[in-house]
Design a protein around this ligand. Structure first.
Ligand SMILES: N[C@@H](CCC(=O)N[C@@H](CS)C(=O)NCC(=O)O)C(=O)O
Length: 187
């Protein structure tokens, strides 16, 4: 979404994580996706790719709207999402591979982070500022994943502000457009 919003043309290369192409491992030994190659520049963290794209062009002020303090808060929240929350989310999504606990246990672990998001969304419609910024864009795809594990539970849970926030982001034209491209490349 950041690359699309910045209006940067990229060639998307789909890779199988079960059979990672040698070229990908040559440019980034870490072996995770996404990896962005721009000539000799290699960026292999999704947040860094977003920051790279938005430093080139940030028409919706996803980063440039931030004060220094807001930017630091955003990066810290994204870090919490990328590490702690995502670790529990993966276990919740694939609870059958982690039989040491019931799925409800993993879901409860996820809710610590979701409660924190819901709490700030009760005060303003988006995470760091009242407008959509980097943190919303970086975090909502994982809340979307969470919501899809048990839709009925999510629809009835206490996180009303979080649901409204997620619904707003899912309606963003840029999300729909990027997802449509994604579906096309998977056909
Ligand atoms: N913090 C990294 C995480 C990247 C990551 O773990 N990607 C997963 C796919 S979502 C991956 O490539 N896993 C490698 C593997 O499964 O071998 C980022 O945001 O770029």
């Amino acid at each position: 979404m950041a690359i699309f919003t910045a209006g940067i043309d990229v060639e998307l290369r789909e890779v199988s994580l079960k059979k990672k192409p040698q070229h990908m491992l040559d440019v980034s030994r870490k072996g995770t996706v996404p990896v962005l190659c721009d000539g000799t520049t290699v960026i292999d963290e999704s947040l860094d790719i977003m920051l790279w794209a938005l430093a080139i062009n940030d028409p919706d002020q996803w980063v440039s709207r931030y004060s220094e303090a807001e930017k630091a808060n955003a990066i810290q929240l994204i870090d919490e999402s990328d590490n702690d929350f995502k670790r529990w989310l993966d276990k919740y999504k694939y609870a059958d591979r982690h039989p040491e606990h019931e799925p409800e246990y993993y879901r409860h672990k996820c809710t610590n982070f979701l409660a924190k998001l819901d709490n700030s969304l009760q005060k303003q419609p988006h995470l760091i500022t009242s407008a959509i910024t980097l943190a919303d864009i970086a975090i909502f795809p994982f809340v979307r994943q969470f919501s899809k594990v048990d839709r009925d539970w999510f629809d009835l849970c206490d996180f009303k502000a979080l649901r409204i926030w997620l619904d707003t982001l899912l309606e963003l034209p840029v999300f729909k457009r990027v997802m449509a491209n994604h579906v096309k490349t998977h056909e």
